[in-house]
Design a protein around this ligand. Sequence first.
Ligand SMILES: Nc1nc2c(c(=O)[nH]1)N[C@H]1C(S)=C(S)[C@@H](COP(=O)(O)OP(=O)(O)OC[C@H]3O[C@@H](n4cnc5c(=O)[nH]c(N)nc54)[C@H](O)[C@@H]3O)O[C@H]1N2
Ligand SMILES: Nc1nc2c(c(=O)[nH]1)N[C@H]1C(S)=C(S)[C@@H](COP(=O)(O)OP(=O)(O)OC[C@H]3O[C@@H](n4cnc5c(=O)[nH]c(N)nc54)[C@H](O)[C@@H]3O)O[C@H]1N2
Ligand SMILES: [Mo]
Length: 821
Amino acid sequence: MKRSDRIAEPWGERTPYGPGERWPVRVDSFFAEGVGPEDVDRWVPTASLLHSNGDAMDIAVRDGRIVGVRGRGSDRVNHGRLGPKDLYGWQAGASGDRLTTPLIRVEGELVPTDWDTAMDRVVRRTRRLLDEHGPSALGFYTTGQLFLEEYYTLAVIAHAGLGTPHLDGNTRLCTATAAEALKETFGCDGQPGSYTDIDHADVIALFGHNMAETQSVLWTRVLDRLAGPQPPQIVCVDPRPTRVAEVATVHLAPLPGTNVALMNGLLHEIIAQDWIDRTYLDAHTVGFDELRARVADCTPEATERICDVPAADIRRAARVLGRARRLLSTVLQGFYQSHQATAAAVQVNNLHLLRGMLGRPGCGVLQMNGQPTAQNTRECGANGDLPGFRNWANDAQVAELARIWNVEPDRIPHHGPPTHAMQMFRYAEQGSLRLLWISGTNPAVSLPELARVRAILGGEGLFTVVQDIFLTETARLADVVLPAATWGEKTGTFTNADRTVHLSGKAVEPPGDARPDLDIFLDYAARLGLRDRDGGPLVHWHDPESAFRAWQECSRGRPCDYTGMSYALLREHGGIQWPCDARNPRGTERLYADGRFFGSPQECESYGKDLVTGAPLEPVEYQALNPFGKAVIKAAGYLPPHETTSDSHPLWLITGRTLYHFHTRTKTARAPQLQSAAPDMWAELSAADARRHGVEEGDRVEITTARGSVTAAARITGIRPGVVFLPFHYGYWDTPAGDRPDGRPRAANELTLTDWDPASKQPLFKTAAARVRRLAPAKAPAPAPTTTASAPLAAGVPATAGGPTALAGAQLTVTAGGEPR
Ligand SMILES: Nc1nc2c(c(=O)[nH]1)N[C@H]1C(S)=C(S)[C@@H](COP(=O)(O)OP(=O)(O)OC[C@H]3O[C@@H](n4cnc5c(=O)[nH]c(N)nc54)[C@H](O)[C@@H]3O)O[C@H]1N2
Ligand SMILES: Nc1nc2c(c(=O)[nH]1)N[C@H]1C(S)=C(S)[C@@H](COP(=O)(O)OP(=O)(O)OC[C@H]3O[C@@H](n4cnc5c(=O)[nH]c(N)nc54)[C@H](O)[C@@H]3O)O[C@H]1N2
Ligand SMILES: [Mo]
């Protein structure tokens, strides 16, 4: 086992393999200075908590401290490999500035206190609000980073205990569209495909997904296929020159916010060329005729005019997709975080239905997750539906849930879908929501339009509880701060983007008085004395394993059936894919292999929505549309974004991630290797736009939208002309001004807008109109990584060409080493 350097070599050395072969094992590891594997007292199995890939790993413990990690070679997900955040991120847990005691606000200041005092404050406020205003004064905004057991407990407390409809996750910002797109097409959430589809595919298409940086180990699997015999062809749809684009057979770089137009153009061409599977369509789908009519006019030329992608490239991409024998597609934030998110993501599902590419090795759709445990937030009913993917609009399913919880069905709010996060913040702004309990998320950096978010969280009328491991920008605005234990300090399970469940073990004690999130929720339920209909405790479990068993009962017979699992089995076997029940005791590799979906009116999680207005379909409408529970092909026309570029704001602003950081950097900035790989804010500009604004590499620039301005160092890259990219990782906790943007606003979300996709309610982080101004000359190159999509042009990464419009406007799209594409 050798030490791995995943800063300089993020994807490590190649282990090539061919189609249908097993991906070779390569075990990555990293240890603290002066420690080696021989010094380790114990290895504790877990999986990565810094993305959705679920990389299985073991924590090295020595003298009660975490001293390193190694990948687990036997696990189905990563075959031993670890990415940069997996290898180095754990160091943050031992950081000296962890929260170690609860804090309460006294005369304007947060002061340390004990658990009794802090919880008593929260419980007294809860009771008072329940008495005076009823349950809808209470809201819970959770995350995609806790464990299944924790979400389930919170969901039971909110839905059945308090009876508030206001429970959502930051998964609303993250994978609400994945869930919605799966529900629209297949009737239910749940990933059809499997990571092993990479082993078999002859075409892999990535739609708005920078897998190289955001699921870096999954990307090594693709790279190893590319290095082996009969490599797959890659299709990349992204306005930036990502490492995915670099190896793509076809790279389409559409204008931001035009994904639906692009997809309709591709589907038009595939139908026109008759690259469709009639037998599959007839047997397993409804809605094809409507789609065909909808895309009839979407010729490659018409598509070029909207997306600014050459018609010839659209034809080439359609040909690759249309003639694939085993097609794997992945979809992520380039599609999910824009104004027609669900409509666009659904078209990728449609592509697979048209081509009959589902349920066989190599034929999968991965409507990806982002956060490590986002899948569990959704399964457990902490993100817009009821637990076990139950349909709030189906009385029989609500009654079943009431039976499991032993409460009256009326106790569970189900007159409409649970409130989405953006609406909860609106209610808080208006004053009807008076207590907001935030767990495991940092909205003062991650939500759109931060000035507004700060005003809401800091507002007099709102009592804010923040449960975190650090004193974040959000925690500083709280009335009560609860110190949590995290990964490695608590036990629980979580599920990655391909339905693989891992058990994550406790390796070390949490610092000070910090407590597992589960214990905090259990304590709240106990203090409130929540009861079922016979007067017994509503939350009748007491630790992770008993919570898991309670969840198993809730999942019984549902698509996400966990009843065949146990902690013992997960310990023995490693990752297992749900559904796992008596019929599938070792889990299920692919859903829908038999062409059967969870789409019948009785079974489905949702009756679907109008993709343009977001209006839910009535049960009778769904019954008429899809009586036999087939897959639904839903068409959608392209609509322009609400905010578009203008003379005053001529550039499209998009935001996103870099390889080395996780979100608001509370963990990755406290890991020295990661922080020094990307220490501060930058802005990516094309050479043409840089020249037009008189900007050179490293210059300080100001980026402005209708919401505000930020400053950053300019990085000139091969991004398509007309687009500026900002990473959203940089907030204020580690700036001289502390938690305030005074002096030097830098958080990308100062600029983003309060708006969301009508169907999934996922906010828009990838379309806004901006302008750029040069402030000062460079002192040094921008502090952006050179190994990734932010590589400077000089590094020889080919520029991303726009279509003819961009060429005409920009006069420059080709640089050293680049071919005009
Ligand atoms: N290193 C790292 N990995 C992570 C995370 C992290 O913070 N850091 N976070 C995890 C989480 S929670 C998530 S959700 C995932 C996100 O993973 P990704 O979705 O891969 O990441 P993003 O950078 O948000 O966006 C992906 C790409 O969308 C492109 N894009 C922007 N606008 C458009 C558009 O209009 N159309 C198209 N087609 N593309 C567009 C951007 O150029 C960007 O390269 O990553 C997970 N993994
Ligand atoms: N502009 C822009 N904004 C975006 C995005 C974008 O692409 N562009 N992407 C969006 C997406 S996809 C996402 S997922 C969000 C992410 O946004 P956030 O969820 O706000 O980001 P994180 O930094 O991951 O916040 C997680 C918090 O949980 C804390 N934490 C970590 N472990 C634990 C634990 O075990 N228990 C508890 N209680 N707390 C813990 C961390 O310290 C941190 O404060 O950002 C969204 N915002
Ligand atoms: Mo996310």
